[in-house]
Ligand binder design. Sequence first.
Ligand SMILES: Cc1cc2nc3c(=O)[nH]c(=O)nc-3n(C[C@H](O)[C@H](O)[C@H](O)COP(=O)(O)O)c2cc1C
Length: 371
Amino acid sequence: MTLQPQPLYFGPLRLESRYLLSPLAGYTNWPFRRAVRELGGLGLATTDLVNARALVNRSPKTLELIDTCPDDRPLAVQIFGSVPEEMRDAAQWLEGYGIQAIDINMGCPVHKVTKTGGGSAMMCSPSATVDLVRQVVNAVKIPVTVKMRLGWDDADLSAPNFARAFEQVGVAAVMIHGRTRAQGFSGQVNRAGIRTVVAAVERIPIIGNGDIRTAADAERMFGETGCAGISIGRGALLNPWIFPQLVHAETRSRSLQAADNPQAKACGYGEEVGLASPGYEDRLDFMARHFDLLLKQRGERHACLTFRKMAAWYTRVLKPGKEVHRQLVMLERAQDFEDIVARLRDLGPPASWQRDALPEIAVPKGPVSHW
Ligand SMILES: Cc1cc2nc3c(=O)[nH]c(=O)nc-3n(C[C@H](O)[C@H](O)[C@H](O)COP(=O)(O)O)c2cc1C
């Protein structure tokens, strides 16, 4: 497959690349987003999901969730809720706050979200949902997008109908995680299902999402679904370089095609056109940069607590051994973090470390309603 990179627009908003960072509650805060942006290639990032009512009430905890910085652009804030007035007011406030796009969460299966009637529960009342989305679209000038799953379960793949209805009320793009609500994170991403959503709309971009870890995965997603862009969540925790790698692959593919080079035939997102994988030192540098930005955001205690959650994603790749893993998931002090990084630099990669090997994507544990 050869690539013809297309510009991606959300309404009037032109994105620098077709590759988006998916919202991952607890992970995709501005320090992580900013560290990823510094590597290049990211088209748009989205905040963790935030409760529209809490935003309207200016809850301090919720305001922390939308914390951003001037370099963290373009940024979408993802809101959830089922009361149209609250969703509308939250969107208007965010527009005034300087956010570039609003994303409505319609996929989250977690009880805390569905009990409000928001998240994946919105799939259960189609006309009220489309009406709510219409009200949000009409309330703001910035693009409004919706992120959803393919449907409630295999018997109810409602995403194509929703996507068509959303397009008619002015939604700028729809992100589809290619699983049903009932599936949780099990089984395969259903790319044929995403394709039916692409076929259901006339002009708005459909963004394919789910299990993208490598350039080959991205190529398959584009090829089999016809989607206009790709959103990457857990794969970016494992490999934040995925964004510049994908952009590089596109650029390289295009220049080979322009030169009418026979290699172009073989040139998709394959290894032969890829950027070199990050080395062990690059990965330590990224982890240190991420922690440094967490420190800048809200000081030592916050940085250590937030980093604990992320530590396992780093240790899955760096393989520093059980003791370092334990220290990182119980991190108490910035000095301890710095000592660990210095020690890992001195030791160099462990014998089992392979530059090009990426572990499988981890799956959240427990029933879907309780993640
Ligand atoms: C820990 C975790 C937190 C998530 N938080 C959100 C969220 O806040 N909003 C949302 O729309 N999706 C959320 N998701 C779903 C992801 O955005 C994405 O759709 C899903 O992980 C599949 O993409 P991936 O395979 O690239 O990770 C979350 C997923 C995980 C694993």
